[in-house]
Design a protein around this ligand. Structure first.
Ligand code: TMP
Length: 208
């Protein structure tokens, strides 16, 4: 049985991680690696309902309420989706995870980062990703990409100052954990970004 790895993708809205996710799935398929794809917020079931509130609720949502909803979704994702798949030897690819809460609710909304780290630890039952790809992009480039989307969700509608703080937050986390978090320059073209991602996967997963 292959050893399952827990791989998370992180980055600002408009960082292009969803496009790269499709390439990573093709990579798993070509290399005959069993895999499972999930996302936060909103893996399956109850997570989908939480996602709907988080992204589309029209009334006020306090920062702490928002944080706990992301954490609740995370606990469900880890317990019901991620851990069982890892135990079966699958590669688990998760679109956003604990670092998002540190960057968005911590650095950008201003909640206490140490407290978030502690709560993340509870939500994940202490399971850290084996590898995190951080798609780092200039805020102006990311906002331009998001601006082209037909409809923006609650978080995407935040301004440049908020998104610049998200980026700084991510870079600060990456500096603290260089072993786990690999920074990808996401300002470049899809092909150039993929070249970087593939190089990281080749060295971290090491397929035959
Ligand atoms: P996405 O799935 O389209 O990336 O949208 C999720 C949004 O939620 C995105 O704007 C980032 C935000 N988010 C947080 O603010 N905190 C979190 O913990 C997570 C997982 C996502």
């Amino acid at each position: 049985m292959t050893k399952g790895l827990f791989i998370t993708l992180e980055g600002a809205d408009g960082s292009g991680k969803t496009t790269q996710m499709e390439r990573i799935i093709e990579y798993f398929q070509k290399n005959n690696l069993p895999y499972l794809v999930t996302k936060e917020p909103g893996g399956v079931g109850v997570g989908e309902k939480i996602r709907e509130i988080l992204l589309n609720h029209k009334g006020p949502v306090s920062s702490r309420c928002e944080m706990f909803l992301y954490l609740a979704d995370r606990a469900q994702n880890i317990d019901v989706i991620v851990q069982p798949a890892i135990a079966e030897g699958k590669m688990v690819l998760c679109d956003r995870h604990a670092d998002s809460t540190v960057a968005y609710q911590g650095y950008a909304r201003g909640l206490d980062v140490e407290q978030i780290n502690m709560l993340n630890n509870i939500a994940t039952a202490g399971r850290k990703p084996d590898l995190t790809l951080l798609f780092d992009v200039e805020t102006s480039v990311a906002m331009q990409r998001v601006g082209n989307r037909a409809e923006k969700d609650r978080l995407e509608s935040e301004g440049a100052v908020f998104h610049a703080k998200v980026r700084q937050g991510y870079l600060a986390i990456a500096q603290k954990e260089p072993e786990r978090i690999k920074i990808v320059d996401a300002n470049l073209s899809v092909e150039e970004v993929w070249t970087q991602v593939k190089r990281i996967l080749d060295s971290e997963i090491n397929p035959l």
